[in-house]
Design a protein around this ligand. Structure first.
Ligand SMILES: *Cc1c(COP(=O)(O)O)cnc(C)c1O
Length: 374
């Protein structure tokens, strides 16, 4: 089975991890800050906070944004449930704003319509790897005093109007799960230019305590204070060593992803049954996913036939507001976000990752073209 996404690990990655395993600190050591600084240098963000997963990073961002019971946070339904679950972790209420039909990115006009006196923040997801319309979203957020959070778990290494992902919102969330652009096994990070947000998130990842173990060692002090209810969202030093090593290869991997997408684009150009979701000319697309709409032929049939042919296609995503938990908890359901719901019936994600072979891509293109004709 050709998977839809997969990590690339080489000997230099393995060596970097082994070196840390032989050192004094395997967690809360020097590699954490080194990884954070490396991602700051890569993206141009001022501060970075590395944590144990992308989901933990979203929770940290919600905490820093001050989300509390009674607060509303506007979010896209076309995402992994974690983007919205983080709002619930803080007792906030997710409010779903529909997407733009071509790109399936959150529609700024729909965001504006959903704002009430209780709205505190907006979570924009760079679906498939394409940054949202951040100029429009920023305008709306600054007008209403809302915190803009970018869930960039799909778009690390991408850009918008010449600016890099990591600098486009008040806080930007990354995931280092193996299917994402770079991996630490499990891991995540929040990028921000706001020192206050960064300080709050550092505390939140370590139980809400003002210093960490290593800082106390350096000061020769046992004293610490717990000032907020935090979590253990720490990431280990050997994971960060892997992240540092992976980051060096990211520019080449993004190029390769873009090249694969171009090959798919040109293969489907004259095929009215396989329609790639559209791309704005203002973005540099990081292509975490390559998503097409299946027209005419049924998507579910195509999915089964491609899986049977050894092609690990997937569907991203079941709109979050249609999950049973959300239906039961918030009373959401069909009709709330008609554009996302319609798209969900047609979309399929084709394999895309740096290590995929040209022969595999040809095989995928030929097979899907054949199957839609049946
Ligand atoms: C992967 C992903 C997450 C969660 O990241 P984890 O590291 O798996 O916790 C959140 N949002 C989006 C859009 C993702 O793709």
């Amino acid at each position: 089975m050709i998977p839809y996404g997969r990590q690339s690990i080489d000997q230099s990655d393995i060596d970097a991890v082994v070196e840390v395993l032989k050192s004094d600190f395997i967690t809360t050591g020097p590699k954490i800050a080194e990884f954070e600084q490396a991602v700051c240098a890569f993206t141009g963000a001022k501060f970075a906070v590395a944590v144990s997963s992308g989901t933990a990073a979203l929770h940290c961002a919600m905490f820093a944004a001050g989300i509390k019971p009674g607060d509303e946070v506007i979010v896209t339904p076309m995402t992994f449930a974690a983007s919205s679950n983080a709002i619930l972790y803080c007792g906030g209420t997710p409010v779903f704003a529909d997407v733009i039909p071509g790109t399936l990115l959150i529609d700024p006009a729909q965001v504006a319509r959903k704002i009430t006196g209780n709205t505190k923040a907006v979570v924009a997801v760079d679906y498939a790897g394409q940054p949202c319309d951040y100029d429009a979203l920023k305008d709306i957020c600054s007008k209403h005093g809302l915190v803009l959070i970018s869930d960039a778990c799909h778009s690390m290494g991408g850009g918008y109007k010449g600016r890099k992902v990591g600098t486009l919102a008040d806080m930007t969330v990354l995931s280092f799960h193996p299917v994402k652009h770079i991996t630490t096994g499990e891991g995540g990070m929040i990028l921000t230019d706001n020192a206050d947000f960064a300080g709050k998130m550092r505390m939140f990842r370590g139980h809400g305590i003002t210093t960490d173990y290593r800082q106390r060692e350096e000061k020769g002090s046992w004293f610490y204070e717990m000032v907020d209810l935090g979590y253990n969202y720490r990431i280990t030093d050997f994971q960060c060593a892997l992240g540092i090593s992976q980051l060096k290869k990211l520019p080449g991997w993004i190029e390769r992803r873009q090249q694969i997408a171009e090959e798919y684009d040109s293969a489907f150009k004259s095929n009215s049954s396989i329609v790639p979701i559209s791309k704005s000319p203002e973005v540099s697309h990081a292509y975490h996913l390559y998503v097409v709409r299946i027209e005419k032929a049924g998507r579910n049939n195509i999915f089964t036939r491609l899986r049977n042919a050894g092609i690990g296609v997937n569907v991203h995503y079941i709109p979050v507001h249609l999950h049973p938990y959300y239906r039961n908890k918030l009373g959401t359901g069909e009709g709330l976000c008609p554009v996302a719901e319609e798209a969900y019936g047609h979309i399929i994600s084709l394999p895309i990752f740096p290590g995929i072979g040209d022969k595999d891509i040809k095989h995928i293109v030929e097979t899907i073209k054949q199957e839609v004709e049946l």
